[in-house]
Design a protein around this ligand. Structure first.
Ligand SMILES: [Zn+2]
Length: 409
C-alpha cells in the first residue's frame, strides 16, 4: 500500500489557489484562462510543482506541466485551474492539486516508478474562448484556421487574450503531443451531480463522457391578429414548439438509456408581441447520452416527432444542427486501476458516465484515458457554494495515488 496523502497540505493548497480570482463574499471565484488572476495562479502552481520536486514547463497552448522521472511513455494526471465566472473552489482545481499531492507524496516517500509521471493543468477547459482549448491542442485537434476567429461571449478575442498573457496564439497548435510518449491519463474531478452523494458511494469510476447534440428546432406558422382570429384557425408556432419540448423530453426519458438527458436552453419567438400570434418559434435543443446508438435513436426520434407536431398544427419545421460531439469511452485498463486502488482502500465504487465534458475526452484521442469522481455536496457545481467533504477529497486523492502507481508500475 502506498503511503497516505497529506490532507492538511492538500487543504492548504486548495485554499491558497482559491484566493486567485476570489470576488467579494458570495461572488465565488472568477479565474478565466489568460486573465491576470489565472496567470498569477499559474506562477503559484509552478512554484508548488517545484517544491514537489517536479521539472516544470509550459507549452505553446499555455498548458502547464510538471514531471517526475525520465525516459519512456509517461502516465499523465491533472485537470484545469481556470474557472467559470463566479465559480467554486474545486472544479478543475481539485484534479490539479490532488495530482500534485500524489506526486509530492511519491517524491517524499522516495518511491521509484517504472514510467515517469506528468502533471498537467490544461488551458481554458471552461471555454471562455474555446472549451478544452489546451487539451484539444495537445491532442492535435486544434484547427489553426479557427484561432483568429475565436472570441468570448463578450467579444474579447482569443488572440488578444493570449497575447496579453504573453503567448503567441498562432503557435498553439505546436502543443500537439507525440502519442507514443504517453502511457495513460487519469483525472480526478468532482462529480458535479447528485448521484454519488445520494447513493453514499465515495468513488465514481467514469465509464465514458457523453456525446452531445445541439440544434435549433425552428417552427414556422402564421402571424395573425391575436384578438380577431378564431382559436381553431391559428397556426401558432409557439404552441408547436411547446408541444415539441414536452414531447421530446418524454421521448428522451422513455426511449433513452435511463441516463439520457435533454434540455431546452433558449426560446425565441417572433414577432414577439402580445397581440400577434407567434409566426416563428425557435428552440435551442440539447441531448446528451453515452451510448452512440441510443443517441442516434433519440436524435431520429425527436426529428420525427417535430415533423409530426408540425403536420398536425399546420406548421413548417426545420432542424438546424449546431454542434455534435461523439461519446468517448474510458479505457478499461484505467478504470480497472481505479477500481483496484479503491478496493485496496476498502472503498465502495460504481461505474458511471460523465454528463459534463472534461479534458479526459480529448486525451482519449491520444492515449488510454479515464477519470474518477468524488461526491459533490448537494450536487452543486459552477457556483460559489460548490463543495465536497474533506473526507471525500482525502479518499479520492488516495485512490488517485494508488491508481497512478499501478499505471506507472
Ligand atoms: Zn472541470
Amino acid at each position: 500500500m502506498p503511503p497516505p496523502i497529506s490532507l492538511p497540505r492538500l487543504q492548504s493548497h486548495l485554499e491558497a489557489l482559491s484566493a486567485f480570482g476570489r470576488g467579494a463574499p458570495g461572488q465565488g471565484i472568477t479565474r478565466s484562462c489568460w486573465s491576470p488572476a489565472h496567470e498569477e495562479a499559474r506562477s503559484w502552481l509552478i512554484a508548488r510543482m517545484k517544491d514537489a520536486g517536479l521539472t516544470t514547463w509550459i507549452d505553446e497552448a499555455g498548458n502547464t506541466f510538471g514531471r517526475r522521472g525520465e525516459g519512456g511513455p509517461t502516465v499523465m494526471t491533472g485537470s484545469h485551474i481556470d474557472t467559470v465566472p463566479q465559480g467554486g473552489p474545486l472544479d478543475g482545481a481539485l484534479g490539479v492539486l490532488a495530482a500534485l499531492e500524489c506526486l509530492q507524496t511519491i517524491h517524499e516517500a522516495g518511491i521509484r516508478t517504472r514510467r515517469p509521471l506528468t502533471l498537467a493543468a490544461w488551458s481554458d477547459e471552461e471555454g471562455r474562448y474555446l472549451g478544452l482549448f489546451g487539451s484539444r491542442a495537445f491532442a492535435g485537434r486544434l484547427d489553426p484556421r479557427k484561432i483568429p476567429l475565436v472570441q468570448s461571449a463578450d467579444g474579447d478575442r482569443l488572440v488578444d487574450a493570449m497575447t496579453r498573457a504573453g503567448f503567441d496564439p498562432m503557435e498553439a497548435p505546436k502543443a500537439r503531443c507525440d502519442p507514443r510518449r504517453l502511457h495513460a491519463y487519469l483525472e480526478l474531478h468532482i462529480e458535479q451531480g447528485p448521484h454519488l452523494e445520494a447513493q453514499r458511494i465515495p468513488i465514481g469510476v467514469v465509464e465514458g463522457i457523453v456525446g452531445i447534440r445541439r440544434s435549433w428546432v425552428a417552427f414556422t406558422g402564421q402571424p395573425d391578429h391575436a384578438g380577431t382570429t378564431p382559436m381553431e384557425r391559428r397556426r401558432d408556432a409557439f404552441l408547436g414548439a411547446a408541444e415539441y419540448a414536452l414531447g421530446a423530453r418524454e421521448l428522451v426519458v422513455t426511449r433513452g438509456s435511463g441516463k439520457s438527458v435533454t434540455n431546452f436552453g433558449r426560446v425565441e419567438l417572433a414577432p414577439g408581441v402580445a397581440n400577434i400570434v407567434p409566426a416563428r418559434a425557435r428552440l435551442l435543443h440539447e441531448m446528451r447520452e453515452l451510448d452512440p446508438t441510443v443517441l442516434a435513436r433519440l436524435e431520429r426520434g425527436c426529428a420525427a416527432f417535430a415533423r409530426q407536431v408540425a403536420r398536425r398544427r399546420g406548421l413548417r419545421v426545420k432542424i438546424e444542427p449546431l454542434s455534435r460531439s461523439e461519446p468517448v469511452r474510458c479505457a478499461p485498463r484505467v478504470m480497472e486501476a481505479v477500481e483496484q486502488a479503491a478496493a485496496e482502500l476498502r472503498l465502495k465504487y460504481r461505474r458511471m458516465p460523465s454528463g459534463a465534458g472534461h479534458d479526459a475526452q480529448m486525451l482519449a484521442a491520444v492515449t488510454d484515458s479515464g477519470m474518477l469522481f468524488i461526491p459533490s455536496r448537494g450536487g452543486r457545481s459552477h457556483r460559489p457554494d460548490e463543495r465536497s467533504d474533506w473526507r471525500a477529497i482525502e479518499r479520492g486523492t488516495n485512490v488517485l495515488l494508488g491508481a497512478l502507481l499501478r499505471l506507472a508500475g
